[in-house]
Design a protein around this ligand. Structure first.
Ligand SMILES: Nc1nc2c(c(=O)[nH]1)N[C@H]1C(S)=C(S)[C@@H](COP(=O)(O)OP(=O)(O)OC[C@H]3O[C@@H](n4cnc5c(=O)[nH]c(N)nc54)[C@H](O)[C@@H]3O)O[C@H]1N2
Ligand SMILES: Nc1nc2c(c(=O)[nH]1)N[C@H]1C(S)=C(S)[C@@H](COP(=O)(O)OP(=O)(O)OC[C@H]3O[C@@H](n4cnc5c(=O)[nH]c(N)nc54)[C@H](O)[C@@H]3O)O[C@H]1N2
Ligand SMILES: [Mo]
Length: 755
């Protein structure tokens, strides 16, 4: 008997879309009330208070919501935001997914449920196995599960194994996960960051010699100008609004560059400051530039031209710190204003007006997220951002620098400790010395290459440390087909998602402890450590009783797989399970910057990793200088349709859907919506809430997605927006960013079909 077809996408349900005006104020009391409402619904009153009191405290757990840092010195009694509260309440939920649950529902039946329903079923309590052609998952002993994994891995063909990581994984687990891959003999370490900030890492490494941001939280108190581009902090990094409002309180200005005028940038009430709740709140953005989707490269080149015209460059800084300046100036001279204006959608006068403000800035920070990183030309756009900052000498100076705002709470740390499909020789040789293994030197696959390889039947085993690769990846149909070609897929997870349903021929679910939970091992309770968006490494200690007695920590699961595969030869895998200090000692010996790791991570607030451009400035580029990198002016060609971006609503965490509302955009009770400019709607004869279909055409292949309700919205003409992951079916697998290979989730050309 074979399994009935399994749905790879959330079913389309009847939605009663309600459209209201976006709110005048964000956060404030409503956000606090919402946080408690969700917490109490999922976990009850006393557990809600307990988690809220310990989140982001020096002795508590790191909020799994996002990678925004916590204040260095002072921490309030409640250091969280509404969306962080949703993230930890849904982890601490009292609901459970038990073996009985799996015997009640077949995999096919589960796949007919929505993504939101799947998550709401609660925490997975026991290891589960789905055998070839089986219709249901059945419980399995841990040891048996590890043997299945070990038996499925052919050490003679290590390139047929891949180990995915999602960015909630701790430093300790990620370091061992990467080491396990290298002992197996592969650098196949696809990672959520391949779909996220990979473009930032690639571009910044080339420009400034480090693939990370260069500012601290305190820099926001000293910046005279902060530009927030391609990012929606009100929803995705709400605690960042506090930093932006304190920049303003200290006399700085904030500019927003975004096709949408996101509500949170207009007026923000600090939920942790009672006065803020009562008052009118702070207006965050002093000015908003409604750039066209993917018009940022043009816009930043325009700003650079204005600086050149005003002759306000920092010549001393350029002279002593940079390379490639003359070529860049020539490039700017050759770049035509007409092209800049048509690609950015912003008039020359407006660009000059903003360019003059930038010219006068003595300390400028540019922050960005997915609105910049998920386009074909993302890497060159980030070069343009850095070029602008280099012109003004905004590095190695208080209140200035680059701030790529990371997503997952430890995605940056995972990369630092070795989750990398093309690691450096120095890292691999340090791993070899530490563990007595011979790491492979050839590059492994990233997420796109993994799916391409699996489509060609090149992958036998896929082990996933967290995440929901099926739904997070582009081209859902191709991704589902690729995954179903794999012999064994293994999900190390806390909650149920569609990656547990669309699986390889055989599948395992290995349930793990979450951040909020006590991690008790032989030598006592353990803590883990994480690195936030500003390069601070600090501890995270869970305090809640684990959701089930069968759960294992991510560290224990990684080590157990290593132990079954290799016994203690030569890595003594089981020793790490009992004492995480040993893992940190090992990290310290392998990775520069972790000196006295076990001592410093126990200090309040943790420690900063070294950062050349910030600390010096010094530049670890081949030339030893920061690089002006000139790239051709480019923007996506939309002559054949609309350019669509796929974004997050206020009620989701990546592929986890908490609710159906997007409060800050005034959209309620619906997710299958398209934001569209009212003039475009009129030209197409479309009325509000009307249902349309979308089709993307790429390399001669058409991809369809049906039934989207149209919401009239202030968005540039020719641009539309939909939510991820529902719209991922429209993103072609091979539509990727140059150099970083990130799916172009923010620029997909689509046509609208009226029903
Ligand atoms: N509550 C919550 N928090 C989260 C997440 C979550 O899903 N929910 N996800 C986490 C993760 S992993 C990440 S990576 C971050 C994501 O954080 P964001 O990057 O803020 O998330 P997106 O919703 O993808 O928003 C992208 C923003 O870029 C804008 N944009 C799109 N295209 C362009 C463009 O071409 N140019 C410009 N200038 N702007 C553009 C959109 O209008 C939108 O405001 O958030 C993290 N935090
Ligand atoms: N179209 C489109 N696609 C996108 C994006 C976009 O903007 N547009 N954004 C991309 C980005 S920025 C990212 S980062 C990726 C996200 O890709 P992923 O990181 O793969 O996806 P998540 O939805 O964050 O994963 C959620 C699952 O993680 C598991 N989980 C939660 N906490 C833990 C934990 O502590 N340990 C373990 N082991 N598992 C846990 C749960 O089972 C949960 O269901 O998606 C990308 N995909
Ligand atoms: Mo992300």
């Amino acid at each position: 008997m074979s399994r009935s077809p399994v749905r790879a996408t959330t079913p389309i349900e009847e939605e009663k879309l309600i459209i209201k005006n976006p709110p005048k104020n964000v956060a404030g009391l409503k956000a606090v009330a919402n946080s408690f409402k969700i917490g109490i619904r999922e976990t009850g009153v006393s557990k809600t208070l307990k988690t809220m009191r310990s989140v982001n405290r020096f002795d508590g757990f790191d909020c799994p919501g996002c990678a925004w840092p916590d204040p260095d010195n002072h921490r309030s009694g409640f250091e969280f935001c509404e969306n962080g509260a949703k993230a930890f309440a849904t982890e601490a939920t009292n609901s459970r997914v038990t073996p009985q649950f799996f015997s009640q529902y077949s995999v096919t039946a589960l796949s007919e449920q929505s993504d939101m329903w799947l998550d709401k079923q609660g925490r997975i309590t026991q290891p589960m196995f789905l055998d070839t052609n089986a219709t249901h998952y059945t419980p399995i002993e841990w040891n048996h599960a590890f043997e299945i994994i070990s038996d499925s891995i052919n050490l003679g063909s290590p390139e047929r194994v891949a180990l995915y990581t999602s960015g909630r994984c701790s430093n300790e687990a990620a370091f061992l996960w990467g080491t396990l891959a290298r002992q197996i003999g592969t650098n196949n370490l696809p990672d959520c960051s391949n779909m996220c900030h990979e473009s930032s890492g690639v571009a910044l490494s080339r420009s400034i010699g480090i693939g990370k941001g260069t500012v601290t939280l305190d820099d926001f108190n000293h910046a005279d100008l902060v530009i927030v581009v391609g990012q929606n902090p009100g929803t995705n990094h709400p605690r960042m609004l506090s930093a932006l409002s304190s920049c303003k309180r200290n006399g700085g200005s904030v500019l927003s560059i975004n096709p949408l005028e996101e509500a949170a940038m207009k007026r923000f009430k600090h939920p942790q400051e009672i006065l803020g709740m009562l008052g009118r709140g702070t207006q965050i953005a002093d000015d908003h530039i409604p750039v066209r989707i993917n018009g940022d490269s043009a816009l930043f080149k325009g700003f650079a031209k204005v600086i050149l015209e005003n002759d306000t460059q920092n010549h001393d800084f350029i002279q002593s710190n940079t390379n490639g300046y003359n070529d860049f100036v020539n490039h700017l001279h050759q770049t035509e204003w007409d092209d800049i204006v048509s690609m950015s959608g912003i008039s020359k006068d407006r660009i000059k007006e903003i360019g003059n403000i930038i010219s006068n800035s003595k300390s400028m920070i540019v922050c960005w997220a997915m609105g910049i990183t998920q386009h074909k030309n993302s890497v060159s756009t980030i070069h343009d951002i850095v070029n602008l900052l280099l012109m003004g000498g905004h590095f190695g100076r208080q209140g200035a620098g680059v701030c790529p705002v990371r997503g997952h709470s430890n995605v940056q740390g995972d990369r630092t400790v070795g989750i990398n499909h093309h690691p450096s020789e120095s890292f691999l040789s340090a791993i070899d010395t530490e563990f007595g293994i011979t790491s492979p030197r050839n590059s492994g696959v990233d997420t796109v290459q993994l799916i391409q390889g699996a489509l060609e039947n090149e992958i036998d085993v896929l082990l996933c440390m967290g995440g929901n690769l099926l739904s997070a990846m582009s081209d859902t149909k191709a991704t589902a087909e690729a995954i179903s070609n794999i012999g064994l897929t293994v999900q190390i997870s806390t909650k149920l998602n569609r990656s547990h349903l669309v699986t390889g021929k055989r599948a395992l679910i290995l349930p793990c402890l979450g951040r909020t939970e006590i991690d008790e091992q032989e030598t006592g309770n353990q803590f883990v450590s994480v690195e936030n968006s500003m390069g601070i490494v600090h501890s995270s200690t869970g305090g809640l009783k684990p959701a089930s007695k069968f759960l294992k920590s991510e560290v224990a699961i990684a080590c157990s797989i290593g132990n079954v595969l290799f016994r203690s030869n030569p890595i003594n895998w089981t020793s790490y399970i009992s004492n995480y200090d040993l893992i940190r000692d090992s990290i310290e010996r392998v990775i520069p910057g972790f000196e006295d790791y076990n001592i410093r991570v126990r200090e309040q607030g943790g420690f900063y990793l070294p950062n050349g451009p910030r600390d010096g400035p010094t530049w670890k580029t081949p030339s030893g200088s920061a690089e002006f990198i000139s790239t051709e002016l480019s923007s996506i060609d939309n002559s054949d349709g609309y350019v669509m971006m796929t974004i997050r609503s206020h009620d989701q965490y990546n592929t986890t859907i908490y609710g159906m509302d997007d409060r800050y955009r005034g959209i309620y009770k619906a997710r299958r919506i398209v934001l569209m400019n009212p003039i475009d709607m009129e030209n197409e004869g479309i009325s509000p809430s009307e249902e349309i279909d979308l089709v993307s055409k790429f390399s001669g292949i058409e991809r369809y997605a049906e039934q989207w309700k149209v919401v009239p919205y202030s968005i540039p003409r020719g641009n539309i927006a939909t939510y991820f992951p529902e719209a991922n079916v429209l993103i072609p697998l091979d539509s990727v960013a140059d150099s970083s290979n990130t799916p172009t989730s923010k620029s997909v050309v689509v046509n609208i079909i009226r029903r």
